[in-house]
Design a protein around this ligand. Structure first.
Ligand code: FAD
Length: 459
């Protein structure tokens, strides 16, 4: 009846799945890790690798003292108190341990991102690899996985079903290049991300962003949601998502929101600003979609440009001549092909807003006036990933509609409900990797602890 038997099956080898597999394997369990595609990348590889955490030694070294409760309060405030407060706090409490485990046990070089804070974060709390790139992060996680003889990683292997007995999950069905395989497992962790690549589901649940570019991993078609719903799992917050307002149109590379947070702004083709950019790049994406030709232009200056060159994507864009630059406003407008007179007026209004600390859109964050050499880039809005998914408890165990636990089943990352509430405004930068890596670690640890406990009980 079974093709193989292991302690833990993990489906999906992105950030969540790799961390879950490593956490369980560290406890001497046998782990089978199945990945649908032939690569270990996922959305995690496309990310900027920024992981938020409160109370780390990296923050303390920089003189920043903050508690998980303060971090949770920031996340809740950003999502208008729509996310589950217990889940939110559980992740924030896990965050410093996660960062230090990754640095100490996995040997991943991480540092505090000191250049800028993202909207709504009261302190610098992003931790990232030196390149500020998710590709570096995923490469390091993958290398760690290959060091563990007790992790069996199989590519081109898609989770297609969960196998149940007496309302408990006892295994999985996997579609491999050798046909269907049935794998018996004591615990199953779903780490297959959300449904961003599934046009039909996006149209159905989040029509406001359905016309935007999808900038995530093509394999993330909502499999965990579809498979677990069939066995009675509850689904929460399916309208939540991480949008982004700024993917470089020419190169298909993310333009860091640091451009805005350090003092830049965005205009449309007519040279007009159209909202408070500092509220966050996720909710601003649908505003950009409403502009002529569904795109915008980020405008910033030499000082910002120089400081952001430490970010890999930004540096790559610069080396590809992705940014247009000019000494004057008129020159910049010309090279970007936007209305010259309107852009000049926009600069004047922006300078006045900096003087009074507020503008007509309600923006109050104005670090500086733009001066010296000016820069601009044409950007399009995008859907990065969905943030709703399977309802879980603070151990990452999947729940039914009545909140009872589906025994032996866990979920994390985009497969599970996140901490971004129900709308695009609820996404605070870092919520994606926080719930992917955080719930991956929580799920791996809890699954291992439960297996050990059950072994003792059956002796
Ligand atoms: C451009 C970009 C920048 C971002 N930057 C940040 C950032 O700096 N900080 C942050 O916190 N978040 C960021 N995010 C969001 C973040 O990348 C995601 O929230 C996070 O990577 C999700 O991790 P995951 O493990 O759930 O999914 P993924 O990393 O996407 O992994 C899911 C894996 O599951 C596999 N899979 C799918 N279905 C199946 C199946 N049926 N069987 C087996 N395998 C399957 C997929 O192929 C994939 O490899 C960014 C996203 C994008 C697109």
């Amino acid at each position: 009846m079974w093709d193989a038997e292991v302690d833990v099956v993990v489906a999906g080898a992105g950030g969540c799945g790799l961390v879950a597999a490593l956490a369980a394997a560290e406890q001497d369990l046998e782990v089978a890790l199945f990945e649908k595609t032939e690569f270990i990348l996922g959305n995690t590889a496309s990310s900027a690798g920024m992981i938020p955490a409160a109370g780390t030694r990296f923050q303390k070294k920089a003189g920043i003292i903050e508690t998980p409760e303060e971090m949770a309060e920031d996340i809740l405030k950003k999502n208008h108190y729509e996310s589950d407060p217990e889940l939110t706090l559980a992740l924030c409490r896990e965050s410093a341990k996660l960062i230090e485990w990754m640095a100490d046990s996995l040997g991943i070089e991480l540092s505090l991102v000191k250049e800028f804070s993202y909207p709504g974060q009261r302190n610098r709390r992003m931790h990232a690899p030196p390149s500020r790139s998710g590709l570096e992060l995923i490469k390091k996680l993958r290398m760690e996985v290959t060091k563990h003889e007790n992790i069996y990683l199989t590519l081109k292997s898609e989770l297609t079903d969960l196998i149940m007995e007496n309302e408990k999950v006892i295994g999985v069905e996997i579609n491999t290049s050798h046909g269907k395989q049935r794998i018996k497992a004591k615990k199953v962790i779903l780490a297959t991300n959300g449904f961003g690549a599934n046009k039909e589901l996006v149209k159905n649940y989040i029509p406001e962003i359905a016309d935007a570019l999808y900038f995530g991993y093509e394999a993330n078609t909502g499999d965990a949601i579809k498979i677990a719903e069939k066995i009675g799992a509850a689904l929460d917050s399916l309208t939540a998502y991480q949008g982004h307002s700024a993917v470089a149109d020419s190169a298909g590379i993310l333009v860091t929101w640091g451009t805005i947070m350090m003092g830049g702004f965005m205009v449309n083709k007519n040279g007009h600003r159209f909202g408070d950019e500092s509220q966050g790049y996720s909710e601003f994406a649908k505003e950009v979609l409403l502009q002529p030709e569904k795109h915008g232009y980020i405008i910033f200056d030499e000082e910002i440009y120089q400081q952001l060159l430490s970010i890999e994507d930004f540096k790559n864009l610069s080396e590809m001549n992705g940014f247009k630059s000019a000494e004057t406003i008129e020159g910049l407008a010309k090279t970007l092909n936007i209305d010259i007179e309107n852009l000049r007026v926009t600069f004047e209004e922006f300078d006045q807003a900096v003087d009074v600390g507020e503008d007509a859109f309600g923006r109050t964050s104005f670090p500086k006036k733009l001066n010296g050499q000016l820069y601009g880039i044409r950007v399009v809005p995008a859907l990065f990933h969905t943030q709703g998914g399977l309802r879980i408890n603070t151990h990452a165990q999947v729940l039914r509609q009545n909140n009872s636990v589906i025994n032996n089943l866990y979920a994390g990352g985009g497969a599970a409900v996140g901490v971004s509430g129900n709308h695009s405004y609820g996404y605070m930068s870092g919520n994606g990797l926080l719930s992917a890596l955080g719930f991956g670690k929580i799920a791996g640890d809890h699954a291992a602890a439960m297996i050990k406990k059950e072994r003792v009980e059956t002796k």
